[in-house]
Design a protein around this ligand. Structure first.
Ligand SMILES: *Cc1c(COP(=O)(O)O)cnc(C)c1O
Length: 374
């Protein structure tokens, strides 16, 4: 076994691979001298919306801001309850809080780690106004069931698609099923900028216009402010990078899926490790390859010792976070989340990984004896 270091990810590799088109895109923006809300963003907005199969895309400052502005645009008021999961990263609930909403957390399905739709109805009250399903790790939540419940109780659905660029559910793209879809283009996402960026996608032109105004100080026409807004824009430099990378997203995702399938096949006979499951009708894009083992601590240490970097997504569920103590009483609804959180581990998976790196991870994982100590 060679002892080469395999990092969890390496964003410089994508640049090396596409240096020419990225440099050209950047130079064009610099030479044009127009940096905020220009033609490059418009082009990226319409290209990405078309990729997702919807009409409108509104570029914003980050994925968190996409969720925040989308929730405001769908009429969340102070004290409105917004249903989401505790097995997500903090920005999902930070956005709900920003918008004045109260996060109501439901448990996850133990196979896909996404929202367990059968646990939603018990949490609906008079004050519930929206559901934020998170398409976690690269896989869509159970959108048919979520959509049915939303229709029954007249709730808005705002999809958190930050980890799901290119993921589909029964042939429909992430973000195209609810009222709005919210994307992050944080550098490490499946489609990443070289800084912060995000987008709200939707089908309704009035909603798109509302988000467009909210991201730009509440302006509707120049110097006319019909509402109190924010400054949350996707700049031309980032838009040009994203526009240059978008045509390659399919190939990145194809390679991610290929590596994931090789991993899963190789781990099949390991009775101490549970590989990720692709839910029925769902096309997983493996933003993360998350395995489960009750021996996480020693397993992670062993991998580290053999030069394989791993991460945990996420070590502390939302209701256990100091900033969200008010959510702690909801723990009684979150037994699957709480029992699985200590066992989840993300292995390295990125499009530029070589076959020999993939094999090194496989051999190292398979060589571990879970009965040994480290
Ligand atoms: C990355 C991420 C976000 C936040 O996106 P930013 O662009 O970092 O603000 C929100 N939700 C999920 C599930 C994410 O992975």
């Amino acid at each position: 076994m060679s002892e080469a270091f395999i990092p969890f990810g390496d964003l410089s590799l994508t640049y090396m691979c596409h240096r020419e088109i990225i440099d050209r895109a950047l130079n064009q923006v610099l030479e044009k001298g127009w940096f905020v809300l220009g033609k490059t963003l418009e082009q990226f907005e319409s290209s990405f919306a078309a990729y997702c199969g919807v009409k409108y895309g509104v570029g914003v400052g980050s994925g968190t801001e996409a969720l925040h502005l989308a929730l405001l645009a769908c009429g969340i008021e102070r004290g409105s309850e917004v249903i989401t999961v505790a097995n997500t990263c903090v920005p999902t609930v930070a956005a709900i809080s920003f918008a004045g909403g109260v996060p109501v957390l439901v448990d996850i399905d133990p196979a896909t780690y996404t929202m367990d739709a059968s646990r939603i109805e018990e949490r609906i009250t008079e004050r519930t106004s929206a559901i934020v399903p998170v398409h976690l790790y690269g896989q869509c939540a159970d959108m048919d069931s979520i959509g049915q419940i939303a229709a029954k109780y007249d709730l808005r659905v705002v999809e958190d698609c930050a980890q799901a660029h290119g993921a589909t559910y029964k042939g429909r793209m992430a973000g195209s099923m609810g009222d709005m879809g919210c994307y992050s283009f944080y550098p490490s996402k499946n489609l990443g900028a070289y800084g912060d960026a995000g987008m709200v996608i939707c089908k309704d032109p009035a909603v798109a216009n509302l988000v467009r105004s909210l991201r730009n100080y509440g302006q509707t026409r120049r110097y006319v402010h019909e509402r109190k807004g924010f400054n949350s824009r996707l700049d031309e430099i980032q838009a040009s990078i994203l526009l240059a990378k978008l045509p390659h997203l399919k190939a990145y995702n194809r390679r991610r899926r290929e590596i994931a399938h090789v991993y899963t096949e190789a781990f099949r006979e390991l009775d101490w490790l549970i590989a990720p499951t692709e839910g029925e009708g769902r096309h997983h894009v493996f933003h993360l390859y998350v395995v489960r083992t009750v021996k996480r601590g020693p397993f992670q240490e062993y991998l580290q010792k053999h030069g394989i970097e791993t991460l945990i997504h996420y070590p502390i569920p939302i209701h256990q976070q100091p900033a969200y103590v008010e959510c702690l009483p909801q723990a009684k609804y979150l037994s699957v989340t709480d029992s699985q959180a200590p066992h989840l581990l993300s292995l390295p998976l990125y499009p530029e990984m070589t076959d020999s790196q993939v094999n090194h991870v496989i051999e190292t994982v398979r060589a571990w004896n879970p009965m040994s100590r480290g």
